[in-house]
Design a protein around this ligand. Structure first.
Ligand SMILES: Nc1nc2c(ncn2[C@@H]2O[C@H](COP(=O)(O)OP(=O)(O)O)[C@@H](O)[C@H]2O)c(=O)[nH]1
Ligand SMILES: [Mg+2]
Length: 322
């Protein structure tokens, strides 16, 4: 049950208070200190909320799948939040709005809250603010949260730090799937979704996933199921919902073990981010790096001596403070 009854953005009539929630999220997205302050008081990781992460290559059908899942959750009367993390354009720095439009069937639904966020860039992983946003939504009274991430680089791994259940969307006939499976992506999926299974090559893809799963069987206490879908036609979504429910039951059963893995990943990120920001500020920010890089470039310094210098500066500072 929700511990923080005073921190609830779902009204008595089961609609989302979009205005207040949107305002608060903008506040915490733009100010990490404010985020820390608010979440230190209101963090409420109750396990009545299931956070479902959807990852997979661009175009795999993540947004369309999300749309189908939202539809089912709404039929069950659940209040849903969606976080769509898009690659930020290197030119504009803004989030692409495509996902918001693709999920527009639900954009007008007062029981659905959709938030688009920019990722740090395709390889940089999820921005630290993503953790704050998902944690705030976890605490805000929703029944379910869907996080759609770009299936590229670090963001795929980072989704493990925020989601209870990770769906990996794969598409038949692309030929590079085995590569992806080999590259260690197996560990991230709780459920494999073979989307676009109206296409050629479905059997082969499924056989390939099975093979990799079999090879790693002893590593799993939860054996990830493979679900076939045609998201555009809402085919297979019932099966998918059933597997999402089954995984939720598994997570509840192994509550502490499963949750501590997720929380450990998140804490490590948070700690590194916090220390990184403090060190950056203590050194004097960008100017320090510009100055030292110029010194290296002109041959007066070397990066390893600079790192030692940084260590010394930080240690002295810490000693002075204590
Ligand atoms: N044929 C087919 N097309 C699909 C299916 N699912 C999604 N699509 C289409 O694939 C394109 C990319 O889908 P989208 O959900 O935006 O993918 P995302 O980039 O992973 O979010 C869109 O044009 C969808 O209509 C499917 O199951 N079968
Ligand atoms: Mg999308």
């Amino acid at each position: 049950m929700k511990k923080n009854k005073d921190f609830d953005f779902i009204r008595a009539d089961r609609t989302v208070d979009h205005r207040s929630l949107g305002k608060l999220l903008s506040e915490i997205e733009n100010d990490r200190d404010r985020a820390e302050e608010i979440l230190a008081d209101h963090y409420d990781d109750s396990d009545t909320v299931q956070v479902v992460g959807i990852t997979g290559s661009p175009g795999a059908g993540k947004s369309t799948l999300a749309d189908g899942i939202i539809g089912k959750l709404r039929e069950e009367g659940k209040i849903v939040a969606v976080v769509a993390v898009d690659p930020s354009s290197p030119f504009t720095g803004g989030a692409i709005l495509g996902d918001r439009i693709r999920m527009s069937a639900h954009a007008e639904d007062p029981g659905v809250f959709i938030r688009s966020m920019a990722s740090r860039g395709s390889l940089g992983g999820l921005a630290p603010a993503t953790f704050d946003v998902v944690n705030l939504l976890r605490s805000a009274g929703f029944d379910a949260i869907i996080v759609e991430t770009v299936g590229v680089g670090q963001s795929e791994i980072d989704v493990l730090a925020v989601a209870d259940t990770v769906l990996l969307a794969l598409v038949p006939g692309l030929g590079d799937d085995v590569q992806a499976l080999k590259a260690g992506i197996m560990e991230i999926a709780d459920i494999f979704v073979v989307n676009k299974s109206d296409r050629e090559g479905k059997e082969r893809l499924i056989a390939e996933i099975r093979m990799v799963l079999d090879l790693n069987r002893e590593r799993f206490s939860w054996l990830p199921p493979i679900v076939e879908t045609v998201a555009t036609e809402r085919r297979g979504i019932d099966d998918l919902m059933q597997q999402i429910g089954a995984h939720a039951a598994y997570v509840r059963e192994h509550r502490i073990a499963v949750r501590s893995v997720r929380i450990a990943r998140q804490l490590e990120k948070m700690a590194a981010d916090k220390v990184g920001r403090q060190v950056y500020a203590a050194l004097g920010g960008k100017a320090f790096f510009e100055r030292e890089s110029a010194a290296v470039a002109s041959g007066d310094e070397n990066p390893y001596r600079i790192v030692k210098k940084i260590e010394k500066l930080i240690t002295t500072r810490t000693e002075e403070q204590s």
